[in-house]
Design a protein around this ligand. Sequence first.
Ligand code: BES
Ligand code: ZN
Ligand code: ZN
Length: 517
Amino acid sequence: MEIELSFASPEKLETEALVVPVCERKKGAKGQYGLGSRAKSLDQALGGFLQKLLDSGEVKGKLLETSLLHTSLFSSGSSSGGLGAKRLLLLGCGQQDKFSAFELRKVAGTAVRFLKAKSISSCAFLLEDFFGNETGDETSASRAIVEGGIAGNFETNKYKSEKDSDEMAAVTLACVSKKNDTALQAATREAKIVAESQNFTRDLVNEPGNRLTPSILAERARRMAAEVGLECEILDKQKITELKMGAFLSVSLGSDEPPCMIVLRYLPAQAPPSPVLGLIGKGITFDSGGISIKPAADMDKMKYDMAGGAAMLGVIRAVALLKPNVRVIAVVPASENLLGGKAQKPGDIQTAMSGKTIEVLNTDAEGRLVLADALTYAHQVLGCTHLIDAATLTGACAVALGSVNSGVFGSDDSLVERLLASSRTAGEKMWRLPLDDEYKEQLRSAFADLPNIGGRYGGAITAAHFLKEFTADLPWTHLDIAGTAWLDDNKPHMSKGPTGVAVRTLTQLVLDFAGQS
Ligand code: BES
Ligand code: ZN
Ligand code: ZN
């Protein structure tokens, strides 16, 4: 989707559809909110028609409410009621005092999805003065519109012969201040890179298990790396065996598809030698549960068990294009988790690369096994100084936080705070869960150094504790995205399916480390 900037007056702007944000009125406060000041001046050209429409109560301005008007109907004398726009899309923004960049992303996504469903492939978006109240300046509002719009444009119809929606080809931002031109160009360019990287991730997560094996994921990573200028190294099964990654290898034993470790490096020569940010993402291309097999219902969804790995590939793609001055390495342990004559069995004991022995009490708790060795590799071999992992790790996290917040864990308060601050800037909701030492007592094995499960209660926390055992006490933070990486239903602003969660937040975190945000 192309992004253009326009400083023309909204009345004159020629477009297929002009998106006009409209706020909800405060109860009993007639005339308050409703139209923003730019819509008001547009409405003068329409003889107050829009205000009358709001006064009628038919258009309420509720969040994500849509009303499409053909401007040719406004005036019989001219073709478009004197406006350059062929249509107006009144888009509800909800209550003005609750409006923020978070809502603005959804508003933009809704506009894009609504219009393209009607085969309208270009539009313009009116930047309103009330965006300034909560979203900051016009630059941050533009970022939010670009991010939300591009995310809204993504469809999961790759394998459908008949597409029921066209693509939105171009969005023009109808901005106010020409003096902001340079800042706006830079901000929208960055936002486009980040949002396209989020969609890159979603595209990978959307692939079913038969079309995205560990080797195919590696190939896709290699291709992307070549496109954006990243170093790419793929460790094959032999190399993984030589490195004694017993925990990682054990997960792939029931599968005919070999595992691989994808390593992408972004090491700008001028960047200081430290920090080196390690982005480690779970890359299970299909999780059947293994011998501790999952129930049949919804097992198909387990193709998204590589969403953490795909997110890290998306982040490093964005980083390669944005070029911040900080070292970043993405590490994705990729494997299937299947059943077979050679599959690992409950009770098996594996030796991880770190030397710790693990009693595999449940073969479905495989994410932590592959991550354990990837974390060790990231600091022991790659020299990462900070470890940040993302994984669709536990159903327990989805039970605790639903599909709204991703779970955040960490041993280092300042890194966790930085991550949470980045998530607020990026508009992705995240919630820290505790990691008290007491929970660690649940990770006790009679036969090995630790078991891979910690009992019925606090499952997301004991999983995080398990990972912590492999971080060598480096600053580490863990994101459990089991509940947030997949949207079960279509939303006005986003299609059902992969969300690409964590890409925006972690890209923001990397920029923050480079002192660039
Ligand atoms: N991939 C799953 C976690 C998951 C569940 C992700 C639901 C998305 C939606 C993970 O490998 C798993 O199966 N975890 C088990 C752990 C348990 C055996 C301790 C779980 O959460 O049930
Ligand atoms: Zn599992
Ligand atoms: Zn899994």
